[in-house]
Design a protein around this ligand. Sequence first.
Ligand code: CU
Length: 386
Amino acid sequence: MNLFGKVIRASLYLVTALGVAFVQAAENMPGGPAVNQLNFPVPATKIMQEIHWLHWMMLIICLIIFVGVFGVMFYSIVKHRKSKGAQSASFHESTTVEIIWTVIPLLIVIGMALPATKTVVAMKDTTNADITIKTTGYQWKWGYDYIKGEGEGISFLSTLSTPRDQVNNLAPKSPTYLMEVDNEMVVPVGKKIRLITTANDVIHSWTIPAFGVKQDAIPGFVRDTWFKAEAIGTYRGQCSELCGAEHAFMPIVVRVVSQEDYSKWVEDKKKELAAAADDPTKVYSLEEQKERGAKVYAANCAACHQPNGKGAGAFPPLDGSKIVQGPKDGQFTILLNGKNAMPKWGAVLSDGDLAAVMTYTRNSWGNKTGEVIQTQDFVVARAANK
Ligand SMILES: [Cu+2]
């Protein structure tokens, strides 16, 4: 067999192997894309229904024009070809023809622009919302603050929950791989939800395709959008603005529930937040702080500094770090204020979480300072770092 044949044969094997792998891995994602889905997702809001309709309406108009124009063109070329002895007509400035080719496209454009404008205007109308939620993009998670309406005061972070082992191909992938989070946004069905988007570091974008919503979250700016989900269920989307190394790891999950379930969720969530709220005077043991700190570390720090604290590339190791093993003040400052690509955690985490994660880093891997940082230490450090 010559080289060319070998290459063809190898390519065929490769394509077959990929095909087999793909078929085996494929499974519909609940609330996400279906296998071989070509069309938009099933609409869950009126806006998305309108977007669907506009999409097909315009596609069909374009198709009719395409077939019509090319039909006439090819018909003319074939029918009036030179070999048949066709003689070209010669005329100039036919007012009738010019009016026709101006008026007809104008009518088509107006026919397409009017309904599209109506939908775009409706998409921007964020008035009379039942609930307002502030959505903040972080590298790489989402923060939700319920700032108006039922649930006011609830505030939490929503982080990818897919285990790293699945990402590294050490465990089988779940059907909602990379599209699942620890804390979902929860909203009641049939209520108008206004979202205010912003970001803490770089531009992110909040998207749920089934809602027909996509809104950039820009640091230093607030933008808003809205949705009113028509059906109970779980809906998934992804950050849609390239935002750094873990851009693919900040999915968005919204759980739409009945009004009753929503009220219950609000009650439970408020109790949970009250229980988690720190009593700044409480003194924790080293073990308690390390245990809590390990969770905070896994959710917020491991993406850059790695689970083993060894760092990667531009992200310095914390294991053996002079700052982590040195005087506490240096670590208070970098945690509260950030530095270059190190986020400003003082704006994201509570004093209790900061104290726990700092205790964890000072007593993990090769770091053995034996020091316990208390919530109160961060209350003081925050005031000093103002
Ligand atoms: Cu992002």
